[in-house]
Design a protein around this ligand. Structure first.
Ligand code: NDP
Length: 475
């Protein structure tokens, strides 16, 4: 397959090409055109020319375009599922789940497109405002640059592109270098759905070249970035005066109380959260703090469940665990876990790398200052630690530079509320894992996870600017 860039609704082929590989077999699945400075300029220029047209689209039309894109994506569900499975190494059952989420996510964006509105405000709350009337409205912010990571190549691009169209903004997508195909398919669907020329573009190329040109450009008003903390911090320092949304990484924790409703269910959810997409999920379960009284039972069940995980080709429906995104990543994980072992941690199962595959791994006897605990591990490996009380678990869960989501399992509603108030994350799941997310919820991190806001309504709001109007009746 050959993929071009999409600029101003047109398929643009360039001389520079990059091969995209099936992450499990290593086979070439497509060749994609790589943007140079010329194509970046073309995309920016066509977005600039589309700015007025996009802003003037009525709400019902913006919604209609998004719903049409949803229908196109629905019609390609199986194809897109396979594409994600191959380019991202995501087991097919989860890859299809990502397509379904993208469909739902864009549907929310289409619905919200019709609800963007301002509100009145009491001007006369100020003495100077007597006999005046005021309200504000929301207007599209301008050109949006959407930069997405490899691990949800379709849905995380949709999290940015859908809201941009809903808000009436031209958007340029820069997908991750290792997984550009799903993002290109997404933009194809929007072009086919009737976005005005220049309203959507996608340009593949490396972050350090193409991404860098986009984030620095003064014509861009908003950057919506999902990716690593390192790149996120770099963007905040480089972008200049722009609206910026940052969705970064984490080392999410779960706290297990002495009494939970169902220990088997708890373990099964934690196993899913730890290994889903090989742990390459921003809200993957990395740290589990278990009340000492149930620690042994929890651990035994967890190790047994881990051993049932089926490793294999992501295209096989039975596969639970596929490859890491690259062998370099698998080697990094191996080195972090080996380092922890040298410092006294014990591996109960897994701890093994076979090429690009890292086996699902359970680690105990880890210390809080080990890299596998305090940094983002981003791997099919989990650290399980005993605590003397639920409160200690909560405190340790919060003891992180990151703060995306956390989960607690308890039967006690007061403890649940204590966790909700005490853990500084963007979301807390009660009797569930931090990895739970639905695409309309307010979602975003705290601390080193960025302070962004996603979820249709919130993302759309952040792609608008407020304009106030005041009528003076003292004339
Ligand atoms: P990276 O930060 O490496 O890359 C993310 C995107 O940024 C890619 O498109 C990349 O392009 C681009 N990029 C890299 N350098 C620059 C630059 N200088 N200027 C502009 N863009 C640049 O992240 P990964 O793709 O490895 O994704 C994994 C990370 O994403 C993890 O930390 C994970 O936790 C986080 N994440 C956060 C989520 C959230 O909602 N909070 C959700 C999912 C993931 P290229 O690939 O070409 O280098």
């Amino acid at each position: 397959m050959e993929y071009g860039l999409i600029i101003g609704s047109k398929n643009v082929k360039t001389e520079k090409r990059k091969k995209v590989f099936d992450k499990f077999t290593g086979e070439i699945i497509a060749e994609v055109s790589i943007a140079t400075e010329k194509e970046v300029e073309l995309a920016l220029d066509s977005a600039l020319r589309a700015k007025k047209t996009m802003a003037e689209l009525p709400a019902h039309r913006r919604a209609e375009i998004i719903f049409k894109a949803v229908e196109i994506i629905k019609g390609k569900r199986e194809f897109l599922g396979k594409l994600i499975a191959m380019e991202a190494g995501k087991p097919i059952k989860y890859a299809l789940g990502e397509v379904d989420r993208c469909i739902e996510n864009l549907t929310f964006a289409g619905e919200e497109a019709k609800r963007i509105h301002g509100e009145t405000f009491p001007v006369d709350a100020s003495k100077a405002g007597e006999n005046r009337y005021g309200f504000y409205e929301r207007f599209p912010v301008g050109i949006v640059v959407a930069i997405s990571p490899f691990n949800f190549p379709l849905n995380l691009a949709a999290h940015k592109v859908g809201p941009a169209i809903a808000a009436g903004c031209p958007v340029i997508l820069k997908p991750a270098g290792l997984t550009p195909l799903s993002g290109i398919e997404l933009i194809k669907a929007f072009v086919e759905a009737g976005v005005p020329e220049g309203g959507v573009s996608v340009i593949a190329g490396s972050g350090s070249v193409v991404g860098e040109m986009l984030i620095k450009d003064k014509r861009v008003s908003k950057i919506s970035f999902t990716g690593s903390r390192e790149v996120g911090e770099h963007i905040t320092k480089t972008a200049g005066l722009k609206k910026i949304t940052m969705e970064l990484g984490s080392n999410s924790a779960v706290v297990i109380d002495r009494e939970v409703y169902d220990l088997n269910y708890t373990v099964k959810r934690c196993v899913l959260g730890a290994y889903y997409n090989q742990g390459q999920v921003c809200i993957s379960v990395q740290r589990i703090y278990v009340h000492r009284d149930v620690f042994d039972d929890f651990l035994e069940l967890f190790v047994n469940e881990t051993k049932k995980q089926v490793i294999g080709n992501p295209l096989d429906e039975k596969t639970d665990i596929g490859p890491m995104i690259s062998e370099a990543e698998a080697i990094r994980v191996e080195s972090w876990i080996d380092e922890a072992k040298d410092e006294g941690a014990r591996v109960l199962t897994g701890g093994k790398r076979e090429g690009v595959v890292y086996h699902p791994t359970v680690i105990i006897d880890a210390k809080e200052d080990m890299r596998i605990v305090k940094d983002e591990l981003f791997a099919p490996a989990v650290v399980i630690m005993p605590v003397n009380s639920f409160e200690e678990g909560v405190e340790r869960a919060d003891n992180s530079e990151y703060g995306l989501q956390a989960g607690v399992f308890t039967k006690d509603v007061e403890k649940a509320m204590f966790a909700f108030r005490s853990i500084n994350t963007g979301g807390i799941m009660i009797n569930d894992i931090p990895s739970f997310r639905v695409d309309q919820m307010p979602y975003g991190g705290n601390k080193g996870s960025g302070l962004g806001r996603e979820g249709a309504r919130f993302a759309i709001e952040d792609m608008t600017v407020l304009k106030a109007v005041i009528f003076n009746f003292n004339r």
